[in-house]
Design a protein around this ligand. Structure first.
Ligand code: ZN
Length: 79
């Protein structure tokens, strides 16, 4: 008794076998494609954002302000 389902990568009818190391994919190839797709998207998101949106300079100067130790309670601690 085998359960068949479409491979999430290529849509090919795949038998649900315990010995299939590539479940839920039909083959190693489809599994690697899916993993590569996710890794590719992860890399794309951060690299595309600064390229399409310009306001990187004001954002940077703002973060520099936050890094300045003006609001640190070190002076009060010395009192
Ligand atoms: Zn497949």
């Amino acid at each position: 008794m085998t359960k068949k389902y479409p491979c999430p990568q290529c849509g090919k009818e795949t038998e649900y076998l315990l010995e299939n190391d590539y479940r839920p994919f039909c083959s190693e190839r489809c599994k690697l494609i899916d993993l590569g797709k996710w890794a590719d998207e992860e890399y794309k998101v951060p690299s595309e954002e600064p390229a399409t949106e310009g306001p990187w300079v004001p954002e940077d100067s703002e973060s520099e302000d936050q890094f300045s130790p003006q609001h640190l309670p070190s002076k009060e601690a010395l009192h």
